[in-house]
Design a protein. Structure first.
Length: 205
């Protein structure tokens, strides 16, 4: 139960730093919140991506809450060393997400407006992987699941990974390819999608 409270506290801290604080910083710098919450037409790919992205933090929070409430952990994962690894991953994920968001500068957005064009960021963490914020968020979610390995936590990680994959592959990459054309094509050919060297896109032709 103690781990459940710690995991929940870290989830809240991460949410404040990477969402609440980031919105405040972005609004102070640009006068705009950076929120782009349009889901697109109902049942479209963008709609499903938005729904799953919105559902993911709810499930991530539900994992620690379920542990606090007394839901039994998945036994093979219920070990102090695994919980310790989870704690390290959570802290690393929160720090990584915050740093990657800072790298985005005024190009930071939560969500996507298909009619908007921002600068293509390829430096800092974005020179290592194309979607470092999403990578860091998944690392955080995995860490929470290892700290409190309930069925709810494991389902939360699965939904989170699906949401990130759908959002990036079906929504953001087509938008970036259309908006930044050759610049994005060259970038995607050299830098991995979520993991360094993995998920590069060979230019057509």
């Amino acid at each position: 139960m103690t781990l459940g409270w710690l995991a929940l506290a870290l989830f809240v801290l991460g949410s404040v730093l990477t969402f609440g604080l980031r919105i405040l910083i972005h609004r102070r710098r640009t006068g705009d919140s950076g929120l782009r919450l349009g889901a697109g037409p109902a049942w479209s790919v963008q709609w499903w991506a938005t729904v799953l992205v919105a559902l993911s933090p709810v499930l991530l929070a539900a994992g620690p809450v379920a542990a606090i409430a007394g839901l039994d952990p998945v036994r093979p994962l219920d070990m102090p060393v695994i919980a310790g690894i989870g704690l390290v991953l959570v802290v690393a994920g929160i720090v990584g997400a915050s740093l990657a968001q800072a790298n985005m500068g005024t190009s930071w957005r939560f969500g996507l407006d298909q009619t908007e064009q921002t600068a293509l960021v390829t430096t800092g963490a974005f020179g290592v992987v194309r979607n470092p914020v999403y990578t860091a968020v998944v690392v955080t979610g995995l860490g929470l699941a290892l700290m409190v390995p309930t069925v709810v936590s494991l389902v939360a990680v699965a939904v989170l990974v699906l949401a990130m994959q759908l959002q990036v592959r079906a929504v953001e990459e087509p938008y970036l390819a259309r908006t930044h054309a050759t610049a994005y094509s060259r970038y995607a050919a050299k830098v991995g999608r979520f993991v360094p060297g993995v998920g590069t896109i060979r230019p057509r032709g």
